[in-house]
Design a protein around this ligand. Sequence first.
Ligand code: NBG
Length: 845
Amino acid sequence: MDLKQKEDSRKERIQKLKRGFAYNIFYRQGVTQKTASLNDYYLAVAHTLRDRMQHLFVNSVQALLEKDSKIVCYLSAEFLTGPHLHNNLVNLGLYEEFEQATRETGLNLKELIDLEEEPGLGNGGLGRLAACYLDSLASQQIPAIGYGIRYEYGMFDQEIADGWQKELSDCWLHPGNPWEIKKADMACDVGFGGHTEIYHGEHGNRRTRWIPARVITGVPYDTPIPGYKVNNVNVLRLWSAEAPTSFDFADFNTGDYYGAVKDKIMAETITKVLYPNDEQFQGKKLRLEQQFFFVSCSLQDMIRIHLHSNESLDDLYDDFAAQLNDTHPSVAVPELMRLLMDVHLYEWDKAWEITKKTLCYTNHTLLPEAMEKWQIELFEDLLPRHLEIIYEINNRFLDEVRIKFPGDADRLSRMSIIDESGPRYVRMANLACIGSKAINGVAAMHTDLLRRHTLADWNTMYPGKIRNVTNGVTPRRWIAVSNPRLTKLICDAIGEQWITRLDKLRDLEKLADDTSFRDAWYKVKKENKQDVANLILKKEHLQIDPEAMFDVQVKRIHEYKRQHLNVLHIITLYNRIKANPAIDVPPRLFVFGGKAAPGYFMAKRMIKLITSVAQIINNDPDIHGRIKIFFIPNYNVKIGHIVYPMTDLSEQISQAGMEASGTGNMKFSMNGALTIGTLDGANVEIREEVGAENFFLFGLNVDEVMSLQASGYSPMDYYNSNDELKQVIDLIASGHFSGGDQELFRPLVDSLLHEDKYTLFADYKDYINCQERVGQTYQDRDCWTRMSILNTARMGKFSSDRSIMDYSRKIWDVKAFPVELKWERLPKDGVLFTPPTNNKKEAQP
Ligand code: NBG
């Protein structure tokens, strides 16, 4: 094609887009262009894009049906995808054309992008990781299905009222969700409760059948997940609960209308709302119902797809690798066994072989309070057949342990699926470890701790089964979409390859010493900061100096993450300035963001502490604006898009040995922030990659924390021997930040003085000193910018593309499956469809 032809076909495509908008406004939204609201326009533009994705999706499905390829099934109770429009435009390479088409229609694409409600179907890192992995699976052309729950209400919206967190319901579906397609034909039934029966099968063998007390229907909603500039489109399939029949006619006929509707409402509560607990396990029945519900639907769906082109399930594992994202889906172990034995009539040994070869398990936490364990009575009441299967798995497994470790009763009780140390529980991590072919941790240090401590017995029992796959994040969303200025600068300097080959960022290293590149780099950061300063001024009437260092901690609020250590530093600076107004403290904006679990008392008080300290310091004339503190309400993916690009300093200050990996740490560094952090989670590997000289390290390492705690840690000793620390704590306790109220922060202060489980006091001094080095370095702009460039340049390892390739090789044994475009957009004769003969069972993934 010559240049003119190219331009003509571009013009034609733009025209088609504009027609698509008009068509969707009229036919889909049912309004005229005059009466359409902004949301109508957003939906029309989104649908126009979705239609283009459908073409690729249909091709991806057809390609898979023609030629079998292994499919990765990522089972996760959470997928925190973030808004889709911008990301899909970038991945499909259609941003510019949509930008032009909307402009020519009199619309502003950016405004429409901002309008999109994000699906908050996750708590934090774990759910966001699942979303990054979906992006990388598609971009790496690996066929995959993300299986999860279509919560009607996602993570709550956070408002800050009088300095406290207030939770509001998240009605993300309210404006309409243009990305999902309901696939009513692929619904599955899921049982709960009831009892089991023994019967004799065709050949006289003993079989069990489960007679559930109630049945709920799972209806899938599909969201296409396009890869970056490839034809592959995968799918995120989320299950929604419905009652199998809409009314109980028996009740209805006797006039009990409400009784008849009750069951329907009960059924639908299963997928009503996401549990907003972050790493704090609560043994709630509804949560187990949610888990079983989506796991059963997903396994049934995989089996349906497999049987479409296979006679039996003998080699299910050749077609599917099912990854369990933490223990939330680990009831998949007994459910797959049940489906194989009770429904598909396999004998135990073969069923067990298939199960073990299909499932893989990722552990995401070391916190004991996060480990899922269900009370036996609750489990039995809900899943009687599954408990029988679990007992049988356990009996056989414990025999194996007895043979390998004769006479080791302690080991048996530690490894048993059933916790019998008090009231009896089903331990889901043990179940997942036994029933899967591989177990993996999410960062080198985490995996090492799993091997040495949390899962040490499993490591001894099955050497080599515990593997490491360090987490990663997608550079599409976390650089290309969210930081367009940096993207342009990098592309102009080294080309575009880095977007799918993040290791190519290394080419930036040589530019770190180039003055004009450094200036350009600095300018990008400053403009990103200026945008946010304008926003804060407009929304919060807080004046921010864009030259100030933006020092940021965004993540869930949790004691182990130690947002309060950050506060101790802020108050230290405040005290220093108050004591000596001439002191040289370079201006800093401290930004916090994150949600606290609604029932987590201390975390909520930590938010109140941050906002109260902000209130006093931001308004103290003696400070002359040198320190400002801002708590961003409702931190979510959308706000993340703004936060990572603006940040100079990333706070990764958890107690060593607590953060399994962290992924925010990666997003910050990729966007040129320097990290102040402990040797925890992926910080360790980030520091290795960027170089110790480009990372601000402080604090005890995990072995030191353990030995300190073992030797009887006394926070009071640190308090008594460090004047500055004492002053800070006393100031909080005095009511200085709480209008004289000495009770408000007493629980926080007392827990630090008397327990300090996360050793803030032990790390305080080193943290303050390290922050001083940070401040000095920041004042040397050239040096800081150089370090910033080197951070970005050396982040190649932390692309989720690398993680996905690691999983593919080390665990799933899958290969890329590039899709060719063979199927037309629409049949040429203009006839849309020939009616399918039997569309019910016509399988399509
Ligand atoms: C979280 C860890 C993080 C980690 C993410 C993703 C849970 C249970 N764990 O450190 O706390 O980055 O998982 O692996 O949410």
